[in-house]
Design a protein. Structure first.
Length: 240
């Protein structure tokens, strides 16, 4: 997979050199480039913003540098252009799976009050444009969202996570939150590991974990339970 990120703070994306994502890049599983949007300006001051038409607080990102920037990475096919924004659709694990199947992702990090809307309109001509949000709160710019989205997508690429089994039993893989986990020692500060996990009875352990997923999801994220399709619950689930 190829990923291009545009930002006026490319240093913000330095964390993508580390850990699993850094390793995936070294191993050639991911070709990731971070570009400075100011390199696509033509004036002496490398201006990327201006005052908003119609008035109001803050500044808006100018269209010309964005067009130069996006044209510089456009290859033959129709890349996905992700525009992080609190005004986007909420990014989900299902979207991460869909994006992991793409050939080329481009991320356009806005700052200030956002990017001139015409950039998105113009980009529709040659990109599959997706304004995406991390959730219902406001960040100062798209960079932190790109760190989150790139990590969520890249870890799903074949070979990035050593044991692919670990991608199956995690939160959101089946629409539920993950079950609680424990390790040694079995007794710690008067707190014991649930007896059943020491039993060696794999069928009962699987049932216990499924019940814990359902209980935890009902308590912490009732919205997820409500969205679960009826066919994904068995008779034992309905008894929890
Ligand atoms: Cl993607 N961008 C900004 N600026 N704020 C956010 C966000 C994105 N997601 C949640 N808040």
């Amino acid at each position: 997979m190829r990923i291009d990120v545009f930002s006026i703070f490319p240093e913000y994306l330095a964390a993508l050199d580390l850990s699993l994502i850094g390793k995936a890049r070294q191993d050639g599983l991911l070709a990731l480039s971070v570009h400075n949007l100011r390199d696509f300006t033509t004036d002496r001051h490398r201006t990327v913003d201006d005052t908003p038409y119609g008035g109001g607080a803050g500044m808006v990102m100018k269209p010309e540098p964005w067009a130069q920037a996006l044209e510089s990475v456009h290859g033959g096919a129709r890349p996905v252009l992700i525009v992080p924004s609190p005004a986007g659709a909420v990014f989900t694990q299902a979207m991460a799976h869909d994006l992991a199947r793409e050939e080329h992702l481009v991320f356009a990090c806005g700052r200030y009050e956002g990017i001139d809307e015409r950039v998105l309109e113009w980009a529709e001509g040659s990109f599959d444009v997706r304004p995406l949000s991390l959730g219902d709160y406001v960040l100062n710019g798209g960079e932190v969202a790109v760190l989150a989205m790139v990590e969520a997508v890249a870890r799903l690429l074949p070979g990035v996570v050593g044991n692919p089994e670990s991608l199956v039993e995690e939160s959101h893989s089946d629409g539920l939150l993950e079950y609680p986990v424990y390790t040694k020692p079995s007794a710690w500060r008067d707190l014991a590991v649930p007896e059943i996990l020491l039993s060696g009875n794999h069928a009962r352990i699987a049932r216990y974990r499924r019940d814990e997923q359902l209980r935890r999801t009902a308590r912490r994220r009732p919205d997820l339970l409500a969205r679960l399709d009826a066919g994904s619950l068995d008779a034992a689930d309905l008894a929890v």
